[in-house]
Design a protein around this ligand. Structure first.
Ligand SMILES: CC(=O)N[C@H]1[C@@H](OP(=O)(O)O)O[C@H](CO)[C@@H](O)[C@@H]1O
Ligand SMILES: [Mg+2]
Length: 549
């Protein structure tokens, strides 16, 4: 026992915590400037080892990435044995570990945690870990590996890889040799599983025109080229923004988050994308997806997570009906308050729709309650979950007509094609492509499923964002007192108006969202509510932004 803590202490000394900094394990794990993360990585390595011991040696995942953030940032998140995110209760322990001021504090935090969580240190521990293409990655991984060493973790290095591949590996390793085997526990296994399902789904159909894929100059570039090798001529991908080693290029004027927030083409495609040509953007770790195209007049149109959810849900509903499983398999869609009101209307006319608080873990858990749960955040992160019972039903069902048999086989292929551990940009992209192929839809036809309501998202810097508390899946404020009634008063004056205010979970701001039937009204409503929030909460001392009304 004491030898254990001696080694922990010795290694911890090599990774001192910078003074006066507070870290928090948030929605996306730890994420901040890379140069201050060394101690955090070491301690996450220790925590991952302890989590595995607590779970009898099941494999835990660790991903080193800062997703769509600028290149100088980095971060780390933990993956639980089923390939989903770390159990919420452990986020607190991660934060406690990260904030212990000295080695002694850290070692006693570990000691008391081991005692209170009843962790048997003699149990084995296993971790699989990967990183994105950031230049800060290797040094941070070395700190993580010291953490593993301190706990005696059997560690498997997945190298430079996408976040969704790492999640896949975790689930595949933990289900290996069982009847629930998720696939071969290798990158090759992942590629083969997804691409063979795609090829089955589109067999006999005419291949769609080539798809331009903006890889955000990140790890998706490497994955896309491996996918293309396996996809053969079933679909032609045209990867752009693939400069993974060019300094400063990652997520710079490209990628899913850039496209969504600026509502523009990636800069490198301006003047190059042809009207009508389909294109999509991945983010820096390839777990978010955004589609877009230019119309005949050269006008930019974006197909976001809501449009993907609508396309996917409608397709699966149709297949379930055709397969003769109507009424036996219940579909549902999960969204957040940020989903465009037009998408909610379109979906709610067809199937149950639930609204949950922001953050993938909320969506994921709510989607698990349906037989088939489709969830997407408007920002392009999402997937489809098939419950165990549904997967068994699909495997065992005896079709009575050739049409039923075809639909059933398509559903079985979808179960294989969709990465059900987490949102996976490339898996989602192939899902969209398979559906567009089946429906013979162009981007424009897909876009016309419903017309987005104009909307605007505004950030308000306030003195204390924790003063803002919400209810009803973040759609209504309960504090500051009286503010919601004032928001309601404003909203009533706008045709098709909707607006809500909530504190961000990832930035020190309050977010205001508004939509209305026409663009100028959506903007006006958003800036009025933002002005209200600013005035009522003693806003940023640096001044009231001039666009606030
Ligand atoms: C409006 C918006 O896009 N919010 C994002 C953002 O959360 P906030 O809590 O709004 O900061 O980051 C989350 C993590 O990446 C993502 O899940 C979420 O959709
Ligand atoms: Mg991401």
């Amino acid at each position: 026992m004491s030898a254990f803590f001696d080694l922990l202490s010795e290694l911890s000394d090599r990774h001192p915590k910078p003074a006066n900094l507070r870290f928090q394990y948030g929605t996306a794990g730890f994420r901040t400037q890379a140069h201050i993360l060394d101690s955090v990585l070491f301690r996450v390595g220790v925590l991952a080892g302890l989590r595995s011991k607590k779970l009898d040696g099941k494999t835990i995942g660790v991903m080193v990435t800062a997703s769509h953030n600028p290149e100088q940032d980095n971060g780390v998140k933990l993956v639980d044995p089923r390939g989903d995110m770390l159990e919420a209760a452990w986020e607190v322990h991660a934060t406690t570990f990260a904030n212990a001021a000295t080695t002694d504090d850290f070692v006693s935090a570990v000691e008391s945690f081991v005692k209170s969580a009843k962790i048997d240190l003699s149990k084995p521990s296993r971790v699989v870990y990967g990183r994105d293409t950031r230049p800060s990655g290797p040094a941070l991984v070395a700190a993580l590996e010291d953490g593993f060493k301190a706990i005696g973790v059997e560690a498997r290095d997945a190298g430079v890889t996408t976040t969704p591949i790492l999640h896949y590996l975790v689930r595949a390793i933990n289900t290996k040799g069982t009847k629930d085997s998720y696939g071969d526990d290798s990158e090759e296994g992942y590629l083969v599983k997804l691409t063979s399902a795609f090829k089955k789904l589109v067999a006999g159909k005419q291949a769609p025109p080539p798809l331009v894929v903006d890889c955000a100059n990140g790890v998706g570039a490497e994955a896309i080229s491996k996918f293309q090798t396996h996809l053969g001529n079933s679909i032609k991908l045209v990867p752009v923004n693939i400069e993974t080693t060019k300094p400063g290029a990652l997520n710079n004027a490209c990628g899913a988050d850039y496209v969504k927030t600026s509502q523009k083409l990636p800069a490198s495609l301006v003047g190059h994308l042809q009207p009508g040509q389909r294109a999509c953007s991945l983010d820096g770790d390839a777990d978010r997806l955004m589609y877009f195209y230019l119309d005949e007049r050269g006008q930019f149109h974006m197909l976001d997570g809501d449009k993907i959810a609508a396309l996917v849900a409608a397709f699966i509903v149709e297949l379930v009906k055709t397969a003769g499983l109507d009424g036996e398999i219940k579909l549902g869609v999960v969204q957040t308050a940020y989903a465009n009101g037009a998408s909610t209307k379109y979906l709610a006319e067809r199937l149950p729709v639930r609204c949950v608080p922001t953050g993938v873990k909320h969506l994921h858990h709510a989607a698990e309650r349906f037989d088939v749960g489709v969830y997407f955040e408007a920002n392009g992160h999402g997937t489809v979950l098939f419950s165990q019972e549904t997967r068994e039903k699909l495997a065992d069902h005896e079709p009575s007509t050739p049409a039923q048999s075809t639909a059933l086989n398509h559903l079985r292929s979808l179960v294989q094609l969709i990465n059900q551990t987490v949102g996976d940009a490339i898996s989602d992209m192939l899902l969209v492509e398979a559906i567009l192929t089946h429906k013979s839809y162009s981007g424009e036809e897909w876009d016309s499923l419903y017309v987005d309501l104009p909307n605007r998202l505004v950030k308000v810097v306030v003195g204390d964002r924790h003063a803002f508390q919400t209810e009803d899946a973040e759609r209504r404020l309960v504090s500051p007192k009286g503010l919601q009634a004032k928001v309601d008063d404003l909203v009533r004056r706008y045709d098709g108006g909707r607006s809500f205010v909530r504190p961000s979970g990832t930035e020190d701001v309050v977010r205001v969202y508004a939509e209305a039937t026409i663009r100028s009204q959506a903007d006006e409503l958003a800036f009025r509510v933002a002005g209200l929030v600013y005035d009522e909460s003693g806003g940023d001392p640096s001044g009231r932004p001039k666009e606030f009304l």
